[in-house]
Design a protein around this ligand. Structure first.
Ligand SMILES: [Zn+2]
Length: 272
């Protein structure tokens, strides 16, 4: 026989454990449809690992097993011009969110080779996969952005933007309105074609121009907390990134897991 006190002692940790389990795990399933080389497919697997590490689950009781992405290469318009296309092809509503269940990423095989030679293909895949998950593509459906306004208002990304880019008074995260269809309304704002710095920089001095989810590709990219937290605005559970060392010195603490929400797809060395 166990005494009551022992039993209650054992139950408590169990309860805590259950209560912190995510509603459902987030899983990306890659479905290669042809036209990509082994090294290009490896870049997709690398991007999958990155996003599955950052996005740990859903903020709702989402019954789907995750997101299936059809990935391939095709002859499009030769080198230059259209680099590729992609988008969310199927969504499901759950707990007030519109979540992607199927998406597609297709590269122009001529441009894919050039991007690979320039060492930019992996970054491009990382970028497109974010769109497949809902960045810029499901913003409207999740009420964090209204097309044409240039003002992203999802609270989690906005909070991250305020703190990491020193924009304490910001009422929105600026969204790209240039670049035409596929670039406008689906990326963080930068000077068109990335010609100039935005002069909005994080505590490490990294200009927003080089952020992964702007509309024009940079040689040396970084992924901001603003981008990561935007996924909390559209229904995902996000694994918060460590603060830059300068902030850590101030003794600020962050929980390992932050619950956030985020929306569908857009286009970009103009990437999309
Ligand atoms: Zn894009």
């Amino acid at each position: 026989m166990h005494c009551t006190s022992t039993r209650s002692f054992l139950l408590l940790p169990l309860f805590i454990l259950i209560s912190t389990l995510p509603a459902a795990a987030f899983n990306i399933e890659l479905n290669f449809t042809g036209g990509l080389s082994g090294s290009q497919q490896a870049a997709f697997f690398e991007a999958e690992r990155f996003w599955e590490e950052k996005i740990t689950g859903y903020l709702t009781d989402f019954s789907q097993p995750g997101l299936t992405i059809n990935a391939g290469g095709a002859v499009m318009d030769g080198a230059g011009g259209v680099v590729g296309s992609g988008g969310v092809s199927r969504t499901e509503r759950s707990g007030g969110f519109t979540l992607a269940t199927r998406a597609s990423i297709q590269f122009d095989i001529d441009d894919a080779l050039t991007l690979e030679d320039d060492g930019l293909f992996s970054d491009m895949v990382l970028h497109e996969m974010a769109h497949a998950m809902g960045f810029g593509t499901l913003w409207g459906a999740n009420d964090v952005y209204v097309a044409g306004t240039g003002q992203y208002t999802g609270q989690h990304a906005l909070n991250a933007y305020r703190s990491e880019f020193g924009q304490e008074g910001a009422a929105f995260v600026p969204v790209e309105l240039g670049g035409g269809e596929g670039t406008a309304n689906g990326h963080w704002d930068e000077v068109d074609h990335g010609a100039e710095p935005t002069f909005i920089a994080d505590t490490l001095g990294r200009d927003m121009r080089d952020e992964l989810m702007t509309g024009w590709l940079s040689d040396d990219i970084f992924v901001s907390n603003t981008t990561l937290m935007s996924f909390a605005d559209i229904g995902y559970e996000v694994n918060a990134v460590p603060l830059p060392s300068s902030l850590l010195l101030l003794g600020l603490g962050l929980a390992a897991l932050l619950r956030i929400r985020a929306n569908p797809m857009t286009p970009g060395r103009k990437r999309t």
